[in-house]
Design a protein around this ligand. Structure first.
Ligand code: UTP
Length: 293
């Protein structure tokens, strides 16, 4: 079977992080010592994907530069004998075959995904949002790819959230299936008020989509916020009665929305506290700090 390609949309304006994102994309904000988007690329690679298309917007050269090699830096680290850092610096340019395409204007996630059409062609593909981190200890994408291969359906990732939070997400109406942790998606609503939400299952930033979604996106009108919404195209697939439709893989692991300031801080603290090199220095201080709160 041909390997699946991945698409990482990273062309949003990142308004929640202004002014940090005035001249720098939010996907380049460091999470401990790597930019958020590198975690996302590594996640795709560990799901056996080696061809990645990043959708970039204004100020996004920083992203392509990050995945390029920097010979002068490499030579300097080599001369200093700093092999650990050299390896880490080279890793980002060796990860996968990474391509870039621009989204001229940020007209929404659906519009960004449509920019991948030429590169992806008529195969199914994965979409990983560049500001949404899934902890590598809690794999998700491999299960989604397996669900797609089994059913032919578009596969979305769902996570239970507190009802008071559902207005920040797409919410899914679902039916049970025979497979544990996999649900049939019967409808989707973008950012509903708590009282209108069909469930407290929120759509998070991982998708495995059939190429057919491009045809739908091509004619999807701007929806909520004047943007072309991926959710609207998925809703159309979910409503189809003569196709495999949409299924959801329910994720119970650790996930950080680094586009949100509080979640971003939590991601840094949690990942650093768990690391062997930084945890021992950080954890005692964290305990003491928490006691003082
Ligand atoms: P968000 O809605 O979280 O991104 O989009 P945003 O608009 O940049 O964030 P705020 O609300 O202004 O802070 C989810 C993902 O889709 C990408 C974003 O880069 C992010 O990874 N996106 C969004 C695009 O690539 N293009 C768009 O037009 C919109």
């Amino acid at each position: 079977m041909k390997k699946m390609k991945a698409v990482i949309p990273a062309a949003g304006l990142g308004t929640r992080f202004l002014p940090a994102t005035k001249a720098m994309p939010k996907e380049m904000l460091p999470v401990v010592d790597k930019p958020a988007i590198q975690y996302v690329v590594e996640e795709a690679v560990s799901a056996d994907i080696d061809d990645i298309l990043v959708i970039i917007g204004r100020n996004k050269n920083a992203i392509s530069d990050h995945f390029d090699s920097v010979p002068e830096l490499e030579v300097r680290l080599q001369q200093k004998g700093d092999h650990g850092r050299l390896e880490r610096v080279m890793k980002s340019s060796d990860l996968a075959d990474i391509h870039f395409v621009r989204q001229g204007e940020p007209k929404g996630l659906g519009h960004a995904v449509l920019r991948a059409r030429t590169h992806v062609g008529d195969s199914s593909f994965a979409v990983l949002l560049g500001d949404d981190l899934i902890d590598e200890r809690d794999p998700l994408l491999v299960d989604m790819i397996a669900a797609h291969e089994r059913t032919g359906a578009a596969v979305i990732a769902l996570m239970e959230v507190d009802p008071s939070q559902i207005h920040m997400y797409g919410a899914a109406a679902v039916d049970e299936t025979d497979t544990d942790g996999v649900v049939k998606v019967t409808g989707l609503v973008e950012k509903p008020a708590a009282e209108d939400a069909p469930s407290n299952l929120a759509v998070i930033g991982r998708y495995v989509l059939p190429a057919k979604v491009f045809e739908i996106l091509e004619r999807t009108e701007p929806g909520k916020g004047g943007e072309i919404q991926l959710t609207d195209a998925l809703q159309e697939l979910a409503a189809e009665t003569d196709g495999p439709g949409v299924v959801g893989v329910v994720f119970g692991g650790r996930r950080y929305d680094t586009g949100d300031r509080v979640d971003y801080i939590k991601a840094i603290v949690q990942l650093a506290a768990d690391r062997e090199d930084l945890g021992p220095g950080l954890r005692p201080w964290l305990k003491e700090f928490a006691e003082r709160l």
